[in-house]
Design a protein around this ligand. Sequence first.
Ligand code: GLC
Length: 515
Amino acid sequence: MSEWWRRGAVYQVYPRSFADSDGDGVGDLRGLRAHLDHLVELSVAAVWLSPVFPSPMADFGYDVADHCDVDPLFGTLADLDDLVADCHARGIRVVLDWVPNHTSDQHPWFRASRSSREDPRRDWYVWRDGAPDGGPPNDWRSEFAAVGPAWTYDEPTGQWYLHSYTPQQPDLDWENPEVEAAMHDTIRFWLARGVDGLRIDALQRLAKDPLLRSNAGSDRRHDQDWRTAHERLRGIRRVVDEFPDRMVVGEVYLLDLRRVLAYLAGGDQLHLAHNFVFVHLPWDAGAFRTAIEEFEAQAEPEAWPAWFLGNHDHPRIATRYDDGGHGPARARAVALLLTALRGTPFLYQGDELGLPDAVVPPDRVVDVDGRDPERAPIPWRPPSVAGPGAGFTTGEPWLPLVADAERLCVERQAADPASTLSLVRRLAALRTASPALQAGRQRMLDAAPGVLAWLREDGDERLLAAVNLGLEPRTLAPDEEATLLVSTDPARPSSAVRDLVLQPDEAVLLRLHGG
Ligand code: GLC
């Protein structure tokens, strides 16, 4: 039997927006615990929680003020223990978001570091004198365009500190072995408590040019993906391997696949890497085929792919690929694509409902980097019945819900066999029952223009998946007897097929019978 993290999907929960148990408008751990049946219905192998640690919430939890506790907004450490126990009782693993590149500026380490140049924690962060012209030490920019330079001047001690994200997220200095050891201990804290894995936030940022040279005039960036990253990651993996059966998935936000694969190499770094090349693909069969084949061709044979097309940092699939009304159908096609590709699918909460981005009026904007629309709360029940909080909250939701919560909510979709939720549940059940989908060989096929098609095979089980990414109906002609297992078009009758005309945005999964 293969490892749990290869078998089923990983479902990302953004806790602020999943379910609110106490009416303050922000989701919490008890809210999540009350909705675990939803995860069971989706047959997920694991749930990944975006950060729930104490935080001033300058970056909604990605600014951690204490790595070893739970923010009161989300609950208590005991609630998290209960959540882990409840998940385990249902066969669901729990993956926490571990943010090693930076802390909150309110973390006791940074408060000490900032207090004086002589403080023992001073060199836990990256402090430098300004440039001779009085500006920041080099030309590095924050990941968030609105922030500007990655440096902030701190008046009391007369130096600048580095922050790859907001000024409230000072970068730790991983050149310092004390920092590395302290961060390793935070991993042990959670894994010893029974947490099954970690998603490493912004892994590519963990190693920078120690000489802090400017990016300009160089053929490579000096502020991320420095070669020392791999040694640091191996150190992290050694700690994870002190515990049996755990998994680390890395956010390696690099758009060069070879550099991403370097973090998966050797069997002593990541188990899984989020491939951001995939998230940036246009809706084009050739582009998808190339991205899939490049992974298969360039990764080491033991490397296992992880496929995802949405998370809390990117516009929703249904919106990104909408292109004049195609969004809902394409979101369904993506669900089939991710289920049927060789690798672990990652699903972002709400993708199973085909949610689009929410409309966030200017006076409700809270994120510095424009990511509010994809973080809108999950609509659980029709607002006409449950009130404007749509079963997410009895209070005022921290972000507006999607416009069509009445129709898109979980309760409505669960009752409708033609809904996206029903489709995603069916796909998940198919994967659970299918060795070919979980672990089978994969071969891309030459199909009609605009159609992405591939085989999955394990022993006698042979499946054919196809997605029509084009704008024309296209014939799919398997050269053997086939049965339709599922189509993303609810109107298509399920029956034996020879020549099947795939509609635009339709995806199908067929069982092949040979001959
Ligand atoms: C990652 C997170 C993002 C966060 C950033 C800084 O990219 O996914 O939400 O803002 O890291 O921690």
